[in-house]
Design a protein around this ligand. Structure first.
Ligand SMILES: Cc1cc2nc3c(=O)[nH]c(=O)nc-3n(C[C@H](O)[C@H](O)[C@H](O)COP(=O)(O)OP(=O)(O)OC[C@H]3O[C@@H](n4cnc5c(N)ncnc54)[C@H](O)[C@@H]3O)c2cc1C
Length: 458
């Protein structure tokens, strides 16, 4: 596969190179130090300033605003949470699972409210998500998901089963037998949102330091390469990059998700393909794939499948895995054969964070003043907003509906030491790919599915 640009499509749409932000070169003292200038760090800062405008806040990033997953993702601003309703119900009870579900749905309206209020143009289109079932096993999975949803007492309007004809009214997938639709997702340009948020918080008086990697976080102290920040509260918002910080080495593993983007596609392509409301899309295979029609009529399309790198390594080389990018192109062609002949203009990747129990969490240690949020897997675009609002409440000592949600102060155990996590994660990845191959070829569920469920605690 020959992409014209090795880098996120979204980076072309924001002029972040023109903004010179300082390196932290002198010791400073603030009320709150935020480590990481992605969605988690910026949403937390935003809500802190709204709740307590007098707080002095400094943000430190090892690279630049939006360098991490926040500036590279698929732009699904969805109500998805990495732990399923059933898993949450098993861990915390059905009422708490329902509260979490409602909070996640509420994120979308809240983000829509803020981008309108703050005048952030991020190509927002609240078109929902359509997921196709493209073989018999996938169709059963779609039906089971809707049945389970209603058995859990969740509103039918949240998740609708679609016949093949109903699916076609959203999008014209090849081999489609049916699918599902949820209205709870907006397609966005994530780089525009993350850079827009940075500007908003700077206008509220927050200082952002770039190229200032943090090496160590301890009570009241953030140690960076050249200087130290003293702060009563510290927020670790480093997600997949957390293993670069001494105290968080095994808190999450960085797993790569890779993406490609096509050139803008013709009107005739879109007349046949649909996605007229820019519905985000996927299918019911086991290995996650995700796509969106961008505001300029491209397809931005991604998926997991890249290997986990030994020792939780994160390097620029890991962003490009030619065989996985080629597979993404092939998969996109399978979904929409009319893409054939169009150019792939961009290829890129990024690290997301997975906690050992696949449960996202946020919290504050009252004793040390250190807060954190993350482990969102591939669902952090909107979950980070919930984290930001919750951490702001916790830091301001304000109990609220948010601070009693079940993910607050949840602690996952650490990941295994190497080589066990390398072996475990890459074996699981192999099993997922194998399961999809079996389903596509033989039309039956692979035996490894139950093993995978056990692996992620379902
Ligand atoms: C390719 C891809 C596609 C995805 N698609 C979706 C999607 O469609 N929908 C969805 O909901 N989620 C998606 N995700 C996940 C989502 O992007 C993340 O969950 C979310 O952006 C996490 O935001 P964050 O601010 O916590 O972390 P990040 O955005 O990763 O930010 C962490 C920041 O910390 C900085 N940093 C790292 N180490 C240090 C250090 N030592 N000192 C100081 N700063 C440091 C980094 O430079 C970075 O800017 C995707 C992720 C990827 C990689």
């Amino acid at each position: 596969m020959n992409a014209t640009v090795s880098g996120p499509l979204w980076s072309d749409t924001v002029a972040f190179d023109n903004i010179a932000r300082p390196i932290l070169s002198q010791n400073i003292e603030v009320d709150v130090a935020i480590v990481g200038a992605g969605f988690t760090g910026l949403w937390t800062t935003y809500y802190l300033k709204k709740l307590a405008p007098h707080l002095s806040i400094a943000i430190l990033d090892a690279n630049h605003v939006g360098f991490g997953a926040s500036g590279r993702n698929g732009g699904w601003c969805s109500a998805l949470f990495p732990a399923s309703f059933n898993k949450l119900a098993k861990l915390f009870g059905p009422d708490q699972a329902k509260r979490m579900h409602n909070a996640m749905v509420g994120n979308i309206a809240e983000i829509a409210r803020v981008i309108e209020l703050e005048n952030i143009d991020c190509d927002w289109s609240h078109g929902g998500t359509v997921i196709a079932a493209r073989n018999r096993v996938q169709l059963d999975r779609a039906r089971d998901e809707v049945t389970e949803h209603s058995a859990n007492g969740l509103p039918a309007s949240d998740l609708e089963f679609l016949s093949a004809a109903e699916l076609a009214s959203h999008a014209n997938f090849s081999d489609a037998l049916g699918g599902t639709f949820t209205p709870h997702c907006a397609a966005i340009n994530p780089a525009k949102l993350v850079h827009g948020l940075a500007k908003v918080v700077e206008n509220l008086g927050v200082r952002i330091f770039e190229n200032s990697p943090v090496i160590q976080i301890s009570k009241y102290k953030v140690v960076s390469d050249n200087a130290t920040v003293t702060a009563k509260y510290i927020v670790r918002a480093t997600e997949g990059y957390s293993p670069t910080i001494k105290q968080a080495r095994r808190s999450v593993v960085p797993v790569y998700s890779l993406m490609i983007a096509t050139e803008p596609l013709s009107d005739s392509f879109w007349q046949t393909t649909g996605l007229n409301n820019r519905q985000t899309f996927s299918d019911f295979r086991n290995l996650v794939i995700y796509g969106q029609r961008t505001a300029d009529n491209r397809i931005a399309f991604g998926g997991r499948g890249a290997p986990y790198h030994f020792g939780s390594a994160i390097t620029p080389q890991n962003d490009l895995v030619p065989n996985v990018h080629s597979l993404l192109e092939k998969t996109l062609l399978e979904l929409f054969p009319d893409v054939a002949g169009s150019k792939i203009t961009h290829a890129w990747g990024g690290a997301l964070g997975i906690a050992r129990d696949w449960m996202a969490s946020c919290g504050l240690d009252d004793e040390t003043g250190i807060a954190w949020a993350g482990g969102y897997v591939g669902d952090g675009v909107s979950t980070s907003n919930l984290a930001g609002r919750t951490l702001a409440d916790l830091i301001c000592g304000q109990s609220s509906d948010l601070t009693t949600l079940p993910w607050v102060n949840h602690q996952s155990r650490n990941w295994e030491i190497e080589p066990f996590r390398w072996l475990g994660i890459n074996s699981a990845l192999f099993a997922v790919k194998h399961a999809d191959a079996v389903e596509a070829k033989h039309g039956r569920t692979s035996k490894v599915n139950s093993l995978l469920d056990r692996l992620i605690g379902e």
